[in-house]
Ligand binder design. Structure first.
Ligand code: PAF
Length: 282
């Protein structure tokens, strides 16, 4: 595996591949890789002859009171895991090269609407930071395909919209959420949980699964279902941020015609913000 830290070397390497007419798959990450990330890499390998993974903890997508400094960095373990999977290039750019004119002068990519609702309402500027870095990384790597986890369902929709709106020449692939044996969605932030919090963390998934089962068994009193799940989470020690039932295709409020739905949830356990979602067809 080639480890590249500067953009010019990445472009030179990329050019040699283009000559060979390789299909190039890209998996952008912020590192601290877990089985969820590795599943993205395995999917990428199925579709392409060259796989590029990036590790970059993107300051632009963190709010001022968020965990940018504390975000777990486990580079040595990450390198070993990617090497073992046969990744071709690990791209680890520096913030000074990515944001060479400084964060405050950076040109932004903003996907309106989708970026302001749900998680975007709780984390203003977050999806602008995500869209901007993903756009920049796409420009550097120039992949034919890119892979993202469905755990960040709204992020995936924002990126798909950006690719469509900016006529980018690549396909975006969502990969189902990888879960621990007790149902907790894998996330780098799970490492922040205390032993006690870790025990109750799977309840987030249990509650959205309960809502999904209730809907599938015919209930349509969505507000009551959400209120009940919020109450259960609060009683268990969570501070719920939101539980939303939306159209899985538009992320808008569910209308009569919508058949593909998604339940999205975010809740704090102490300082740790957990998110999860579940798609369902009715
Ligand atoms: O999902 C993530 O890890 C990040 O939001 C991403 C897509 C790598 C952009 O920094």
């Amino acid at each position: 595996m080639q480890i590249i830290t500067d953009i010019n070397t990445l472009r030179l390497t990329r050019r040699t591949w283009q000559a060979g007419k390789d299909l190039i798959a890209f998996v952008p990450t912020m590192g601290n890789l877990h089985q969820g990330h590795l599943k993205l890499v395995k999917e990428a390998k199925k579709h392409a002859s060259k796989v590029v993974v990036s590790i970059f903890v993107n300051p632009l997508q963190f709010g001022p009171d968020e965990d940018l400094d504390a975000y777990p960095r486990t580079l040595e373990e990450d390198k070993q895991a990617l090497e073992a999977l046969g990744v071709d290039v690990l791209f680890m750019p520096q913030a000074k090269d990515i944001y060479s004119r400084g964060l405050e002068h950076q040109t932004f990519v903003e996907v309106p609407g989708l970026s302001y609702m749900i998680c975007g309402a709780s984390r203003p500027g977050h999806f602008r930071g995500v869209a901007t870095i993903v756009c920049k990384l796409f420009n550097m790597v120039q992949p034919n395909l890119a892979f993202f986890g469905e755990k960040d369902f709204q992020q995936l929709q924002v990126i798909k919209a950006m690719v469509t709106d900016l006529s980018m020449n690549l396909s975006i692939h969502g990969v189902p959420t990888e879960r621990e044996s007790d149902g907790l969605a894998m996330s780098s932030r799970n490492g922040y949980l205390t032993e006690q919090q870790r025990k109750i963390a799977p309840m987030l998934y249990q509650q959205i699964s309960w809502i999904a089962d209730a809907i599938l068994s015919g209930r349509r009193d969505f507000s009551a279902l959400v209120a009940n799940a919020n109450k259960n989470l609060a009683e268990a020690g969570f501070k719920p941020d939101y539980i939303e039932l939306r159209s899985a295709t538009t992320l808008l409020q569910v209308g009569h015609e919508d058949k593909q739905l998604v339940i999205l949830a975010a809740a704090f356990l102490g300082k740790t913000r957990l998110i999860d979602n579940l798609q369902l067809s009715i």
